[in-house]
Design a protein around this ligand. Structure first.
Ligand code: SF4
Length: 350
């Protein structure tokens, strides 16, 4: 546009540090330039199709992507994804999607039922964070965590995910701290190897969910491609920063992988790793599993803790609006969400 280079930095700052999603509000640019930008360009963020507000304060966003050529369930409808905003003491956590749908086919996860619709672009990944922050501008807490744990397997959409992460972690961009951003993978071994070599990278979480190959094969077909031995070998080589631990997530399915023997085997798998375990009691959905009992959850945690593995029980937020782990599967088919009425806008006071 013939403008000096620093105007580019100002635009970058307005977009990513101030979450200005329209040119008119970029007050660090001269009015004439804002007008020229608005005439010639547009900021292509996904549209918020619906917001679902949980009684615990979480907000689930249904976002429609701009690309109408992508199809979902054979229709010509644009692809949709979900993001979840979860406020808590002193911080907010934003869970974002990296793909529309997912091809990995974990059997306990409703997103798997969508199949892979398409990969998201770096902009679509970043925009989920910008939209959620902008939407809560007046009530934000000092710290923001981002977790790449929504729809999709981040390491199967590697380049766009890394491009988005570089802006999230750029001190001149969104300026999030690496320790506050977590990428969660089902265990894509080559992707973990690649991530290990990145100069800028988030924390890494591995979705483990089983203590033997037989058990993991039964719920995560990806395990046949990258079995536990290969997965844990790459974890042992992963270069952890001094402050960092690998996180292993274990979704507890009642009567399937929640026994004390399972816990002992998990502890053995993790010997020698600087790791912690997050136990996630399975969230009910239209799948043939059941949540674990509270006794089993506590017992599992106690076994791991006694073996010296820091272990935390994570109860998912937003269950009443299907925003919890494994429940993100809004689609044109809408079976998961059809019973939930969207909250009308403007929001009623909390
Ligand atoms: S748990 Fe994650 S990787 Fe597995 S099917 Fe669901 S979205 Fe995909």
């Amino acid at each position: 546009m013939g403008e000096p280079a620093y105007r580019g930095s100002q635009l970058y700052h307005a977009l990513y540090a101030e979450w200005r999603l329209d040119f008119a509000s970029m007050s660090n640019l001269p009015a004439a330039l804002r007008q020229r930008l608005a005439n010639d360009f547009r900021i292509g963020v996904p549209q918020i199709s619906q917001r679902f507000r949980s009684s615990d304060g979480s907000v689930r966003y249904l976002l429609t992507l701009g690309d109408a050529s992508a199809t979902q369930h054979g229709s010509e409808a644009p692809a949709r994804v979900e993001a979840v905003f979860m406020p808590s003491d002193g911080r907010q956590t934003i869970c974002i999607s990296t793909q529309a749908g997912c091809a990995v086919d974990c059997h306990f996860c409703l997103t798997a039922q969508l199949g892979l619709v398409r990969n998201l672009t770096a902009g679509e990944i970043l925009a989920q964070v910008l939209i959620a922050l902008e939407d809560h501008r007046e009530s934000l807490k000092p710290r923001t965590n981002v977790v790449l744990m929504g729809q999709g397997e981040p390491l199967l959409n590697y380049e766009p995910v890394m491009a988005a992460l570089r802006i999230m972690l750029d001190p001149n961009g969104m300026a999030l701290a690496p320790r506050h951003v977590t990428l969660s993978t089902s265990g894509i071994v080559p992707g973990i190897e690649r991530l290990a070599h990145e100069k800028v990278r988030p924390k890494l979480a591995i979705s483990l969910n089983a203590s033997t190959d037989e058990e993991r094969d039964a719920i995560m077909p990806i395990n046949r491609r990258y079995p536990l031995t290969a997965l844990l070998a790459v974890c042992r080589k992963y270069p952890l920063r001094p402050w960092e631990r690998l996180t292993f997530e274990h979704v507890l399915l009642g009567g399937f992988n929640d026994s004390p023997e399972d816990a002992r085997r998990v502890a053995r798998l993790l010997v020698g790793l600087r790791a912690k375990v997050n136990l996630i009691p399975w969230n009910p959905g239209e799948l043939p599993y059941r949540p674990p009992t509270a006794e089993r959850v506590n017992e599992f945690r106690d076994v791991l803790t006694a073996k010296g593995v820091p272990t935390f029980v994570r109860y998912s937020r937003g269950q009443d609006v299907c925003a919890a782990c494994g429940q993100l599967a809004l689609s044109e088919a809408g079976s998961v969400v059809s019973a939930i009425a969207p909250v009308p806008e403007p929001w009623p006071a909390a």
